[in-house]
Write a protein that binds this ligand. Structure first.
Ligand code: UDP
Length: 160
């Protein structure tokens, strides 16, 4: 019974994923959402945002000393950004795999960045790099009532 409960809790992992302004301008929003949907993940939060500089700086605060930080903040706050929260088993790690390596030069061709990106500063998507980062980023971008708890009818066809 305890194992059963663990397995159900395991499916409740959440990550913060964002479609960056380059991808919104290029009309890749539907395509990127589809990749997560078809994989079997559950969308629990979704909105189009024009982030202010404060939000962009806060989101990337760990990178504030990097030389590319000012350009990164300019780019993200130029918007629009599609902010998403996805839920499911191992979603943090799997989302990073779906995205591919940070530099599109190194991303596998089947990944989102591998398929749609060329330059590192226009790499199409973001997704949290760890469960603790995901918790921080979800709180930063969403309020509690913007996250929807629901049960997809197909769950038993996605999970064994
Ligand atoms: N970035 C950049 N130049 C670099 C390294 C990173 O413009 O030399 C940007 C890039 O868009 C990346 C973001 O900064 O997605 C955050 O960098 P991080 O190392 O956290 O990579 P990520 O977690 O996005 O793969």
């Amino acid at each position: 019974l305890r194992l059963g409960k663990f397995l159900v809790m395991n499916r409740r992992e959440r990550t913060f994923t964002a479609i960056k302004p380059d991808a919104v301008h290029r009309g890749l929003v539907g395509e990127i959402i589809s990749i997560f949907e078809r994989k079997g993940y559950k969308l629990v939060g979704l909105k189009l945002v024009l982030p202010d500089r404060k939000l962009a700086e806060n989101h990337y605060s760990e990178l504030r000393d990097k030389p590319f930080f000012p350009d990164l903040v300019d780019f993200i706050s130029s918007g629009p950004v599609v902010a998403m929260c996805w839920e499911g088993k191992d979603v943090v790690r799997t989302a990073r795999k779906l995205l591919g390596a940070t530099n599109p030069l190194e991303s596998e061709p089947g990944t989102i960045r591998g398929r749609y990106g060329i330059d590192i500063g226009r790499n199409v998507v973001h997704s949290s790099d760890a469960v603790t980062t995901a918790e921080r980023e979800i709180q930063l971008w969403f309020t509690e009532h913007e996250l929807v708890d629901w049960d997809p009818a197909v769950a038993r066809w996605v999970y064994e």
